[in-house]
Ligand binder design. Structure first.
Ligand code: ADP
Length: 566
């Protein structure tokens, strides 16, 4: 239900009194008692002490008169029954609460005075995440939802006034969808800006808790188009692309058509290893060099690999490349990570090794588990040269007839343009891995559709596109070489419903049971194959001078953009 449809309550000054408010609005178990609670409690206390006194008195009498204890009068039976009843009542009323105060201690800072039992889903997410950045929600102490039936309007006011921190809504309410609606409404009121157009309904907010996004207020819709069939390594694939750039899917689709008509593309994984490079500091460059030699000594590799793999059966150490800068040492660990993209997995393995090294190198000062020699989400020559994630090469031979009929250009024009644009032009620009026409367009669209980390498009889009005339200049040999495609089919955004559906379309959803890692490797080949299609099509459009014309047709449509600008 939309929070705005709830009947508004009069606003209260000075924050909330959630417990009192809750009691005012909602019936409690004690309401069923014939007497007020304090009178009922008093009655049972009195009963307990009275009958206890009476029974003790009778006991003393029986001992004095040598009467057997099991011979009881009617009044003693009634007294015993009353004692039993009052014990049950008092235990139920105070005992359970007393025990619970040890089992689930209340958070003293919690403005709602209670914490929440997470849904089963929430528990699963936090337990299962073990890897990606996990939201710091401590749910071990959670018991019952705090004021789950409190009016939304009241909670919104509490968030607006600052009495309830917005980030506590999920854990306090135990209902992610409701928390999102309340946060969103509170935000609209505090900013006085409308969020109309940003959808709220139709999304499973439980699925992102502690895993994908904090403080949600809705979700952004990105259209998903398909390009294909992409004939890659003998298999026909339909590639989902999430984008708002007109022409992109159509253009990639045209490239797929050219590849298909020419017999398909072939793709090979050259390397598969995720990297993490911590930086450590010593008191001297000599000591930094000593650790470098220790790590690079083949005799030490096996023991380091065992230590590295302690935190995951999928993390297999492949090598450690070291770089010394003065007293500082950068150690670039490379490992295979199964079907996971692997950043968390490799980080955990690196931490294991750092802990292990500390005994032999107690003077090693760990400055950071990531020292940027990794290098994640930044353009860096180390990725371009050494590779990161999956290093892939993909090629196709496009027949002269297909170049002419489908791509509307000719082989010589394409080869010349590629040399002057993607090679010479990029060299003139001082490009780093940018020897291509628009690899990042395709990489990013496929990444968003399939739940990859779109920020990794920086290095994942490193690509050199080569074109060469073959078969006496008649046909075109085209290839893309991409050394750092960082993809996974488990973890992160891949488990969300939409992204998972796109992975399913490609037949690479989740972990591969037969051969761990084969799903993510196949996804990397699909990324490269799609880039090959995109490169072919855009380069052809440029060679034929069609770029502006097709963008005017598909990208700008009939809308007058100047009228849209503020
Ligand atoms: P990342 O390291 O990319 O951040 P996560 O650690 O979030 O990825 O996800 C990987 C999780 O999935 C790990 O907990 C791992 O044990 C589990 N897993 C299950 N099957 C596989 C598989 N075939 N390959 C890799 N990880 C797998």
């Amino acid at each position: 239900m939309d929070v705005r449809r709830r009947p508004p309550l009069p606003p209260r000054a000075g924050g909330v009194e959630p417990v009192k408010q809750h009691q005012r609005n909602h019936p409690k178990a004690s309401d069923a008692l014939p007497l007020p609670l304090y009178l009922t409690n008093g009655l049972f206390f009195t009963l307990f002490f009275t009958v206890a006194y009476f029974l003790l008195h009778r006991w003393r009498e029986k001992i004095r008169s040598s009467t057997p204890l099991h011979v009881v009068t009617l009044s003693e039976i009634v007294a015993l029954f009353s004692l039993f009843a009052s014990v049950i009542y008092l235990l139920g009323f105070f005992g359970i609460d007393f025990v619970q105060s040890f089992v689930h201690p209340r958070a003293p800072h919690d403005p709602w005075n209670e914490v929440v039992r997470p849904t089963r889903r929430q528990n699963d997410v936090v337990k299962g995440s073990g890897s990606r950045l996990v939201m710091p929600i401590n749910i071990s102490h959670l018991s019952v939802p705090a004021m789950p039936e409190q009016e939304d309007e009241e909670i919104i006011n509490s968030v607006v006034s600052g009495a309830t921190p917005s980030y506590t809504l999920e854990s306090n309410l135990g209902d992610c969808r409701r928390a999102t609606g309340i946060r969103r409404e509170a935000l609209q009121r505090t900013t006085r800006r409308s969020l109309e157009g940003l959808p709220l309904e139709g999304f499973d907010y439980d699925s992102i808790l502690g895993q994908c996004c904090e403080m949600p207020i809705g979700y952004v819709q990105i259209p998903v188009g398909v390009a294909g069939p992409l004939l890659l390594n003998g298999e026909e694939l339909t590639v989902p692309m999430a984008t708002t750039e007109g022409c992109l899917v159509a253009s990639t689709n045209r490239g797929c058509k050219a590849i298909y008509a020419s017999g398909g593309a072939h793709c090979v994984i050259l390397k598969d290893g995720m990297t993490r490079a911590p930086v450590v500091r010593f008191n001297s460059a000599v000591r930094a060099a000593e650790l470098k030699f220790f790590l690079e000594d083949p005799e030490n590799f096996d023991s380091l690999a065992i230590v590295f793999s302690r935190s995951s059966r999928f993390a297999k150490l492949q090598g450690i490349k070291c770089a010394v800068a003065g007293k500082n040492l950068y150690m670039r660990f490379t490992c295979s990570t199964g079907d996971a993209m692997g950043m968390n997995m490799v980080s955990k393995g690196v931490q294991n090794v750092l802990d292990f090294l500390q005994s032999d190198f107690p003077d090693m000062d760990v400055i950071g588990i990531s020292g940027n020699f990794c290098s994640d989400k930044k353009p860096a020559a180390v990725n371009w040269i050494e590779g990161r994630g999956k290093s892939v090469v993909c090629e196709a031979v496009i027949k002269e007839e297909v170049v002419r009929k489908v791509l509307k250009t000719n082989v010589a024009a394409l080869v010349e343009l590629n040399m002057l644009k993607n090679l010479t032009g990029s060299a003139m620009a001082g490009a780093l891995g940018g020897f291509n026409a628009h690899a990042s367009n395709i990489v990013t669209a496929v990444y968003i559709a399939t739940g990859q980390d779109p920020a990794q498009n920086v290095e994942s889009s490193h690509c050199i596109t080569l074109m060469e005339a073959i078969n006496d200049g008649k046909d075109l040999h085209v290839s893309v070489t991409m050394p750092s495609i960082e993809v996974g089919t488990v973890g992160g955004g891949t488990q969300l419903a939409s992204q998972s559906a796109c992975l399913n379309l490609l037949g690479v959803k989740g972990a591969s049971k037969e051969s761990p890692g084969s799903n993510s490797r196949k996804l990397a080949t699909i990324v490269a194959g799609s880039v090959l299609a995109g490169e072919l099509s855009l380069m052809s459009a440029l060679a034929a001078g069609q770029l502006v014309k097709s963008h005017m047709k598909y990208n700008r449509s009939s809308k007058d953009v100047s009228k849209l600008a503020c």
